[in-house]
Design a protein. Structure first.
Length: 218
């Protein structure tokens, strides 16, 4: 490895939205549209503040409500928008497939840890032809804590038979960083327009601009 002090890293875990798949603008558009269908005023920046969180968390934080009927209707509107638009608007970030191939050839165990639901995650990975690169795919679990809680990371690490010190998490959002650091796991931030610029709340170990830069680190 070219990065000193990372010799014991055996696993590389990725976030999905905004990290390997360029879907955040589509996600934001659909959430804004969904909330407005229910007369709930929301801005693009408000949604961006919650990027990386689960759909349940986003709905509760925006509506400040636990009313299941309202939350379900908002979610259904967001799903409708996503289903109608993502194939035209969502794409892989540059170098993702090549980097996944590189990591596999180097012998790393590769995982995906996302707050997205399993059906959406599977649809994305199969559409872009990258599902088989992952040894484990850990999606949001109903009723389980979501990022920044490290639950999903710990589930993925357990399936890979790795300790937190043996893996690195790669993500684009503050909640990704917090989830990793909550279990003393290394974190690489992929800097996107919505990514945190002030790292006082959580400091990444390394910051990159594109996924393919991982080949210089790992």
């Amino acid at each position: 490895m070219s990065e000193a002090g990372w010799e014991n890293i055996e696993g590389v875990l990725f976030d999905m939205d905004g990290t390997i798949i360029d879907s955040v603008e589509n996600v934001v558009k659909c959430w804004v549209w969904a909330f407005r269908q229910k007369g709930i005023p929301v801005t693009r920046d408000q949604i961006l503040d919650y990027i990386g969180r689960s759909a349940d968390d986003i709905m509760r934080l925006i509506t400040n409500s636990e009313e299941r009927d309202i939350l379900l209707q908002v979610y259904q509107f967001a799903r409708q928008c996503s289903e109608e638009t993502w194939r035209k608007e969502v794409r892989l970030y540059p170098g993702v497939k090549e980097t996944l191939e590189y990591l596999r050839k180097k012998g790393y165990r590769v995982g995906l840890v996302t707050s997205s639901h399993e059906d959406r995650t599977t649809a994305f990975l199969e559409y872009f032809g990258i599902k088989d690169y992952f040894d484990v795919i850990q999606c949001y679990e109903e009723g389980a804590p979501a990022k920044p809680d490290p639950y999903l990371l710990l589930r993925a690490l357990e399936k890979l038979d790795l300790e937190p010190s043996q893996a690195v998490y790669v993500g684009d959002a503050l909640v990704d960083c917090l989830a990793a650091k909550n279990i003393s796991m290394k974190f690489i931030l992929v800097q996107r327009p919505w990514s945190p610029r002030n790292h006082g709340k959580c400091k990444p170990d390394i910051i990159i601009n594109e996924i393919y830069e991982l080949e210089k680190i790992l």
